[in-house]
Design a protein around this ligand. Structure first.
Ligand SMILES: C[S@@+](CC[C@H](N)C(=O)[O-])C[C@H]1O[C@@H](n2cnc3c(N)ncnc32)[C@H](O)[C@@H]1O
Length: 283
């Protein structure tokens, strides 16, 4: 069944019709395009907990109503149940569709020429990596990860490799097992570095700062960095300014990237590495 049923997905259909999204966000075994069913599923237990909690509360409200118990107890349970179910729906929407749509717009905004070398930090099953690879007919998309299944279900290099083959981009994708805090690449090796929902998984502000510094180090002068993440985005922004990155910006990505609600909203942090000349002038 195609996911494009329902008014909530109208914006995705619009983006598809305008060519902003070039893949079909469908379940099933379609062979073309970045299929969310193969690449999503960040912490699937979260919506299950919200969903079960919501149904239990609604059940209690119905039982209370049937027995004519205190109307305030009925209203409180019913509203809490609806709230929990809304959180579950929001989380599922973000992980199944919203995140992909937002990243499609971000990648479109990068205006890649098609021959770049792009690094994805914490690529997981390839949600962003493979979408980038589709824009690189003559380039390379390199994904590094520690393949933690606690951070993403079904996470493994073999799974991501299989996804790359299915999407027809395997020849443009290179995968490596490496940590973000010590990247096995030379300075200035990449035109673009991207990272989606990965850096916050590193415990400790100092260690996350190391990952951000590494991302800046491996960029070419003029290279661009794009991070979407929850929780620690302000730290990335400040750290990037401190290490001399230019045009550092941060903005919220909106409801399509809420993990359950606005209290767990993803932010977009972008920066450009100054060209050597601009850097020298600024000193
Ligand atoms: C929530 S998943 C996001 C995966 C993918 N970027 C996406 O948006 O679907 C976070 C990923 O970061 C990886 N990760 C966590 N700590 C890491 C580290 N120190 N170095 C490299 N990858 C790491 C995990 O293995 C996992 O694949």
């Amino acid at each position: 069944m195609a996911l494009s049923v329902g008014a909530g997905y109208a914006y995705r259909r619009r983006l598809e019709s305008e060519g902003i999204i070039t893949w079909a966000c469908q379940s099933g075994n379609h062979t073309r395009g970045v299929g969310w069913a193969r690449t999503a599923s960040t912490r699937p237990n979260v919506p299950v907990i919200f969903g079960v909690g919501g149904l239990v509360l609604l059940g209690i409200a119905v039982l209370n109503a049937a027995q004519g118990i205190n109307p305030w107890a009925i209203i409180t349970c019913a509203l809490s149940g609806v709230w929990f179910l809304a959180c579950a729906a929001c989380y599922l929407h973000t992980t199944r569709a919203g995140k992909f749509v937002v990243w499609a717009e971000i990648i479109q905004g990068l205006q890649l020429r098609g021959a770049e070398r792009v690094l994805d930090l914490g690529c997981g099953r390839g949600a962003v990596l493979l979408a980038v690879a589709q824009r690189l007919p003559h380039g390379q998309a390199i994904g590094i990860d520690l393949w933690k299944t606690t951070d993403q279900s079904g996470n493994s290099m073999a799974m991501t490799r299989r996804n790359a083959v299915r999407e027809g981009v395997a020849t443009r994708v290179t995968l490596a097992t490496a940590g973000m805090r010590a990247l096995p690449f030379a300075d200035g090796a990449f035109d673009v570095v991207v990272s989606s929902l990965a850096i916050h998984n590193i415990p400790g502000a100092a260690e996350r700062a190391r990952a951000v510094e590494e991302a800046a180090r491996v960029l070419k002068p003029g290279g661009r960095l794009v991070i979407t993440d929850i929780r620690a985005a302000e730290q990335y922004r400040d750290e990037l300014r401190q290490v001399g990155m230019g045009a550092v910006t941060m903005r919220p990505l909106g409801w399509r990237f809420w993990y359950g609600g606005p209290w767990m909203a993803a932010q977009l942090v972008t920066a450009t590495k100054p060209s050597s000349r601009a850097h020298a002038k600024g000193r």
